[in-house]
Unconditional design. Sequence first.
Length: 441
Amino acid sequence: MQQHAAEAILGSDGDVVLLSPTGTGKTLAYLLPLVQLLDHRDGSDDPCCEATVITQNRPHDPQALVITPGRELALQSHQVLQSMGCGIRSTACYGGRAAMEEHKVLKEVKPQIVFGTPGRLNDHLDKDNISRYGIRYLVIDEFDKCLEMGFQAEMQKLIKSLPGLQRRILLSATNLEQIPQFVNMSKKGTLIDFLPDDEQTSERITLYEVHSPQKDKLETLKQLLLSFGDASSIVFLNYRESVERVNNYLVEQGFTTSCFHGGLEQKEREAALYRFSNGSANVLVSTDLASRGLDIPNIENIIHYHLPESEDGYIHRVGRTARWDAKGRSFFILHSEEHIPDYVEGDVEEYVAAESQHTEPAHPKMTTIYIGKGKKDKISKGDIVGFLCKAGGLTSDMIGRIDVKDRYTYAAIKREKLQQVLRQTRGEKIKGIKTIVEAVR
């Protein structure tokens, strides 16, 4: 799929529509060729150089916009690009934080690619925080979700405001019945369809039903999670209030969870996903907000506490597991008046959680610490590893994912080493600067 996408994007000057199941790597499929099409200069070249004359644009102005339906996908896609190490500058813009802060980042970074939600991108274009005149490429990721969420008017306004737009790349995990006229796709465009004809979900996913003797499924959920040990699991519910209720119950029962829904502040949402993705929480309790745009590896179990509201919703939920070539399991918790939805294809086995197997919730292997220094303090991942090893007494195999932000850093470390690290780093300096090291709860 990625090879076909690269050939279509690099081998023609037309628009591209890419259809491929969730978890197959669509972000890389468009980023790998897109970065080859962009001007890599840093803006310090002669302003009268040939490329500038052709584009009538300064090298440091944005050349591509990537529209995403949600904040998490915008941020995640930006992080994927940065991890590629290709020298392309980028940033992510989304609601839930001050637009002025993003404006400062835009002026400082001078991104060649901007990832963002439709409303926030329009806001920056209206204020000229993003120059519209150099943008040649528009990517709409999860295009079907953007339409489903009612972003038609915002996307139409955005597309009309880009006078130099040359190419469009649309990506979707479900079939597109019709592309609205406002997208203005060229007739010579290319369709790349990797959606399976008859496979609703991956054959690497095993389906189970779990019967709850009561309508309130909390005790059944508890026993189910106990049977998983420390395996990584997502519990899906249909309402924010239900997410809060179930999460609070699991915490009271001793589980280490992350709570995730659209009613949380952006920092809370980011922290919840971070703790789950780095192994500091082994249960994510969420609405369907977590069913799209998250690329978290090694999720073993998907639990439908509430039944999915549609077949598409079901497909996207289950798509969180068995990514790439991994295996996964999907569990329907059913009370006496519920049954497996008719749209679910494949054999569904009955699962009975063994109560005696695990009597206490298993703790995750990792925990997250906060270090009060970041990129603005000239701190790198290597500096963090050195600090944790020298001052904290860790070895490199005790350190997991590290994310260095502008003013602080999150780092995952072995859970059993937390108190040692907090004790030994108290008052210590990193690169000659005193810092704070705290546990993230």
